[in-house]
Design a protein around this ligand. Sequence first.
Ligand code: HEM
Length: 147
Amino acid sequence: MRTLSRLSIHFMLTMSALAVTISTPAFADDSLYRQFGGKKGIEHVIDDFYDRMLDDPRTKSFFDGASIPHIEKMLNQQFCALMGGPCVYTGRSMKRTHEGLGIDGKAFAAGIDDLKQAMQKNHIPVDAQNKLLAKLMPMAHDIQDRR
Ligand code: HEM
């Protein structure tokens, strides 16, 4: 009898531990997302980033005929997801999106320059700026045309 009740207590403890494990969500690290000021903060940076790219003689011609509202929507999702925010990127891969556009190293660097200025203007802390840039730099390989 005693063994039986010990067994049932053990069983109950195991089940409740299991329930806690299953019901505890794995929290994503959203500190970068918060440093950017969440969705609104990211939106301000991207608005400014695109104003600059569309005005910049080094980048503007690449966007002839492109749908800017669509690109901005995709970029907002992408940045938010990259920063650990509550978003899912639904756009195309970076390779698929940019292939054939002829973006070379100089145009890519100009885009990054415009993004840096947009972050600076929106008072994003420098360590947060660098964290985003570190996530974007590995994409250069897929965005630039290597021909
Ligand atoms: C790290 C840097 C960059 C990121 C993360 C990025 C991201 C994106 C995203 C998310 C889209 C929309 C994807 C979709 O429609 O599904 C896009 C489109 C586009 N991007 Fe970029 N981009 C970057 C750099 C650049 C640069 C430097 C240029 C030009 C100088 C550029 C030119 C374009 C153009 C023209 C489109 C529209 C393509 C189309 O509609 O067919 N991008 N980009």
